[in-house]
Design a protein around this ligand. Structure first.
Ligand code: HEM
Length: 335
């Protein structure tokens, strides 16, 4: 179980399932149907339930905020925001948890289960796992100091997942700016959306395996060998030797790793971004467009917060046209 999950007594999930008598049939998904009041009659306390559980979890371990925001991103980039990332492998379904960017990396699944238990106990069969993630990601952001935005809801959960799409569509830290822009564009997201969304690396950690090439590669070059950068680089090399220690972690924003602020963009301007993909936004030869956005977000926190909120809504609006259902358990499609 993820560290720090749980500060209230879990409700008996089995009871909740027994109570889940609402019609759980397959429904078509119309993205225009996402709305702010979607649960106002069917589950008026839904947002409060998510908020309370997130408060508990983030208080116990601020990294829970990072886990949930990243889960929402990896959900939305594969088949749309449909909870597909949450599905476990079964005899009849291959999930996305073993995808290259997900395996040994994504966390927070137990926290999602816990929030879902609460929602099912209050309003059985009503609130989708995809909506749970979207609302929890917003709450996660606020709870570590970031902006608030209204989350349109009404997403449906998929009955399927796509390991292939997870492997092909989720960006990797080794990719260059052109590929990253293409991957976001394929999801209807602009370079500005991309830079704003990547700003969520202001919180959370990366494993050594994802930044080894960078610290033994062009880190020296981009950081212009400044003295303070050299001290930081030595520490990174201790955490991440050339051989071994793949799962050792380091924060992506070493100045304020648990606070959602704009300091991450300063690290890029200083050339000390931890991930190659992050540094690309500022230092790539093709980065004439994105480097200005990085500078703007470092100069104006308000502008970063505003754009981040808008881009999270845009990313959250990527729906799965195949439609789906409201899963009873986020790990499995309904029987
Ligand atoms: C250019 C695209 C992106 C790439 C290549 C990328 C890559 C990564 C990598 C490699 C990690 C570390 C994972 C590990 O070592 O286990 C990470 C962590 C994280 N990413 Fe991204 N990311 C991208 C965009 C985003 C976006 C759009 C969001 C959210 C909107 C996001 C949210 C996060 C968060 C919160 C973490 C920290 C997770 C933790 O602490 O466990 N990332 N990302």
């Amino acid at each position: 179980m993820a560290k720090g999950v749980g500060c209230s007594t879990p409700l008996p999930f089995v009871m909740a399932l027994v109570l889940a008598t609402a019609a759980i049939t397959s429904l078509a998904q119309d993205p225009s149907q996402l709305s702010l009041g979607y649960y106002s009659k069917t589950c008026p306390t839904a947002e409060q339930i998510v908020r309370t559980e997130m408060e508990c979890a983030v208080k116990a371990n601020p990294r829970n905020a990072a886990f949930i925001i990243r889960l929402h991103f990896h959900d939305c980039f594969v088949q749309g925001c449909d909870g597909s990332v949450l599905l476990d492998d079964t005899a009849t379904l291959i999930g996305e948890k073993q995808a290259d960017q997900n395996v040994n990396s994504l966390q927070g699944f137990e926290l999602v289960d816990k929030i879902k238990e609460k929602l099912e106990a209050e309003c059985p069969g009503v609130v989708s796992c995809a909506d749970l993630l979207a609302v929890a990601a917003r709450d996660a952001t606020i709870l570590v100091g970031g902006p608030y935005w209204d989350v349109p809801v009404g997403r449906l959960d998929s009955k399927t997942a796509s390991l292939d799409q997870a492997n092909s569509d989720i960006p990797t830290p080794q990719q260059g700016l052109a590929t990253l822009i293409t991957k976001f564009s394929a999801k209807g997201l602009s370079p500005t959306d991309m830079v704003a969304l990547v700003g969520s690396h202001t919180i959370g950690m990366s494993r050594c395996v994802n930044f080894r090439d960078r610290i033994y590669g062009d880190f020296q070059l981009t950081s212009k060998s400044e003295a303070s950068a050299q001290v930081y680089l030595s520490k990174l090399k201790e955490t991440c030797p050339t051989d071994g220690g793949d799962d050792n972690v380091s924060p992506m924003d070493y100045t304020s790793p648990t606070v959602f602020d704009n300091a991450f963009f300063e690290t890029l301007i200083q050339g000390t971004g931890l991930l190659n993909s992050d540094q690309e936004m500022y230092s790539s030869l093709l980065g004439f467009e994105t480097s200005h956005i990085v500078e703007k977000y470092w100069a104006e926190s308000i502008s970063f917060f505003k754009d981040f909120s808008d881009s999270m809504v845009r990313m959250g609006n990527i729906t799965n046209p195949a439609g789906g259902e409201v899963r009873k358990n986020c790990r499995f499609a309904n029987a």
